[in-house]
Design a protein around this ligand. Structure first.
Ligand SMILES: [Zn+2]
Length: 440
């Protein structure tokens, strides 16, 4: 078995890994690098494949271009896992496989990019098995993450299972979906896992990742205090985090009218609603300028009646929260209004600077700010240890992290009796690891 570690081995972002067994290749994920995308002047949608490769926005896929790729398997719908599809998938004459919610995001990405990507899109429900070639059978196992329909990809190969788990945690008190399918993972572990490829984004955090339910309790608590004090309440979270949006509705408990403001919120929520993951029957969802202006003008006159959820929690320039804070619409912050961030700043200099400026703008107007009402969608160290125990992989190649995070994962693997270069490997973007050679 050869493993091409194409992207996500030197950064948090642009994930892409390919596995080759007996001349057939499966690609896991085609993501883009958020930071290159944010800091690039041009819109990535408008760029050609070569332009996106040049700025490092998508993984360099040259090592697998002339290979017999039989499937592109997508674990979940975050942009660092699907964002490269419009640029890279068209090079391979094979289907894209994913779960239904991820499928809706992939369809929209391809549409928005207007590129000639004509790969067939095949959606599988979790637990459903599909023979994707003479050699490979694919199944998606349910895991908790910060977007619906996230999975561990289980690829049954002639050399044992490959388990691609690039973003997952174990939430024992989830809000809208079940807990990670631990029983299925244990079964696969018994059958024999040749290789596990886990994401390492939060392996450097001790203990376990907190549950979504605990965030819901905190949200209710902070809303209670804001409602008691009175004034406008504006909240921001990640648009794809549908479980959090449900928690916000739950914590509000019918006390104020709710509005969702922003294009990405509208898109993710529409897709979720089609699959029955959220009910926006009582919610105003707006995205066009005139709609947002009209809505925010009403909020201005009825400050104690609305809970507004807006895009732009990273402080991105031009996102809705930035527009609201800049007085773009018929709404102005007044002293004692509230802004709640149900999110965390994704650590990068650009994000940190944007968010600092946004908060400063609001603080000057006397806005009260509540940051960090949030939990991560990524496994902490002890969650990772559980995944090792459940799956008992023969080999591990940690991914989705900087060299420090990959190193932290290796430390954990060593505690579990793995040894570096023997059965746990630190790779780099563009490298190939031959597990047969490694075991000699
Ligand atoms: Zn993710």
């Amino acid at each position: 078995m050869k493993v091409y570690t194409l992207g996500g081995y030197e950064e948090v972002g642009k994930n892409m890994t390919a596995v080759e067994v007996d001349g057939e290749v499966v690609i896991f994920d085609m993501g883009y690098d958020m930071e290159s995308v944010v800091s690039s002047e041009g819109q990535v949608d408008e760029m050609t494949t070569n332009q996106s490769l040049d700025i490092g926005a998508v993984p360099e896929d040259e090592p697998v271009l002339d290979k017999n790729v039989v499937g592109i398997v997508i674990g979940h719908g975050h942009l660092d896992h699907v964002g490269g599809i419009p640029k890279l998938a068209g090079s391979h004459d094979c289907p894209i496989y994913c779960t239904p919610y991820t499928g809706k995001i992939v369809e929209r990405m391809i549409e928005d990019d207007r590129k000639n990507v004509d790969n067939q899109l095949i959606t599988l429900d979790k637990g459903e098995e599909m023979e994707i070639s003479g050699k490979f059978t694919l199944e998606f196992a349910h895991v908790n993450h910060s977007i619906p329909d996230a999975t561990l990809s289980l690829l049954d190969t002639p050399e044992g299972y490959v388990v691609y788990g690039n973003d997952m945690k174990i939430d024992r008190s989830p809000v809208i979906e079940e807990t990670t399918d631990v029983e299925r993972l244990k079964e696969v572990g018994e059958e024999g896992v040749e290789l596990m490829i886990p994401g390492t984004t939060r392996v450097d955090e001790p203990g376990r990742a907190r549950s979504e339910k605990s965030v819901e309790v905190e949200l209710e608590d902070v809303l209670n205090s804001c409602y008691q004090a009175g004034g406008a309440v504006i909240m921001s979270t990640f648009s794809s985090q549908i479980s959090r949006l449900n928690s916000i509705i739950e914590a509000n408990n019918g006390r104020r009218k709710i509005a969702f403001v922003g294009r990405s919120l509208k898109e993710y929520v529409e897709s979720a609603e089609e699959l029955g993951l959220i009910d926006t029957g009582q919610i105003e969802v707006v995205s066009y300028f005139d709609e947002c202006d009209e809505l925010m003008s009403r909020v201005d006159g009825e400050r104690n009646e609305w809970l507004v959820v807006a895009t732009g929690n990273q402080g991105e320039k031009g996102a809705q929260l930035d527009k609201i804070a800049s007085g773009t619409y018929g709404f102005d912050f007044e002293e004692g209004d509230h802004v709640i961030f149900s999110s965390q700043v994704i650590p990068s200099p650009v994000n940190e600077a944007n968010r600092y400026e946004l908060e400063k703008k609001m603080e000057e107007k006397g806005v009260r700010i509540y940051p960090g009402i949030h939990t991560t969608g990524h496994a902490h160290k002890e969650d990772h240890r559980d995944f090792i125990h459940f799956l008992q992989p023969n080999n591990i190649i940690p991914s989705h992290g900087t060299i420090q995070k990959l190193g932290d994962y290796v430390e954990l693997a060593r505690e579990e009796d793995y040894s570096l270069g023997d059965d746990v490997f630190v790779s780099e973007n563009g490298k190939c690891i031959d597990l047969e050679e490694a075991s000699l």
